[in-house]
Design a binder for this molecule. Structure first.
Ligand SMILES: O=C(O)CCC(=O)C(=O)O
Length: 292
């Protein structure tokens, strides 16, 4: 489960690492069932496409559904993450991104760390995201597309866009019109050096990618759905010092190290270890955020 030296080198050089077959068909089935619940959950944390109807994302998924809570602590995500980042980690953000057949929209070229630095004052890019493939990702259904090695440039300059929807600050972090994007000139320059890769894989694969990796994804042209569960882990010693300004589901509050849970996500095996317990801190913070 822990990363090999080869994998560490790949991640350091390329900024991403794809592991196939990390979750079984039964586990993926349970996650897909759980995803249906998430997408009918708290409206405050659901994002829709520009048509205002089609679902795009659900945020704070570790706090809602037991199986997504167990996934956040699965050793299959946490162990390699600790190894790749070189220290204890805490959960910074979690979300489910869905691209519906034919209508799932793009994500513009960006670096995640640009958001976390500008909006949350995160100290350094000691942060990565583990994207769990809940569907097969191919060239047709809007896979992530990355520029290998682009993370080694650090933050690429970008000018923040004003809120894309008047009075809706969150849309700049979650919609198809992002606040911090990488310019076409910069993308062209970086692609000239590193090329483009769409890490394709079957449901059950996991893509680990650096907070500084330049990435994007296109629309879903196909009749197949495309869903990703994304968990962002930050190194504990890299937690922002400033009091959080964004809601808990964009910037995690609980900076205690995630204890990895071993065993399958399904069944009772890992529940004795607290595996089925939703992460309560999220809910407490939600109440706090709402002032109730
Ligand atoms: O779901 C996608 O295709 C892209 C997600 C993404 O770029 C992100 O979460 O930073």
């Amino acid at each position: 489960m822990r990363e090999t030296e080869n994998e560490r080198t790949t991640f350091a050089e390329q900024g991403f690492l794809l592991r196939h077959g990390q979750f079984s068909a039964a586990e993926i089935e349970e996650l897909r069932e759980g995803a249906k619940e998430l997408l009918s959950g708290s409206e405050e944390r659901l994002v829709r496409e520009r048509d205002g109807v089609t679902l795009r994302s659900a945020y704070g998924i570790h706090s809602d559904e037991a199986v997504f809570s167990r996934l956040a602590r699965s050793a299959r995500l946490v162990e390699p993450t600790r190894g790749l980042l070189g220290g204890e980690v805490y959960l910074y953000q979690s979300k489910l991104n869905v691209k519906r057949p034919f209508v799932g929209d793009r994500w513009e070229w960006h670096q995640d760390y640009a958001f976390w630095r500008a909006e949350d004052a995160m100290l350094a890019p000691q942060v990565l995201t583990a994207a769990v493939y809940l569907d097969d990702l191919d060239e047709f259904n809007g896979p992530l597309v990355v520029i290998p090695g682009s993370h080694r440039q650090g933050l690429v300059e970008c000018s923040p866009r004003a809120s894309s929807v008047e009075g809706d600050e969150l849309s700049g972090y979650t919609s198809a019109s992002l606040k911090h994007t990488v310019s076409r000139e910069q993308v062209a320059r970086l692609v000239g050096r590193g090329g483009l890769v769409a890490p394709k894989g079957r449901a059950g694969a996991v893509l680990f990618f650096s907070g500084c990796l330049v990435h994007a994804s296109g629309v879903n042209l196909s009749p197949s759905p495309r869903s990703l569960a994304l968990y962002t882990y930050n190194r504990v010693d890299n937690a922002p010092a400033r009091a959080p300004r964004r809601p808990w589901f964009l910037q995690g509050r609980d900076v205690s190290p995630v204890e990895p849970v071993y065993g399958p996500l399904t069944g009772a095996e890992d529940r004795g270890a607290g595996g089925a317990r939703p992460v309560e801190v999220g809910r407490e913070r939600e109440r706090e955020h709402r002032g109730s």
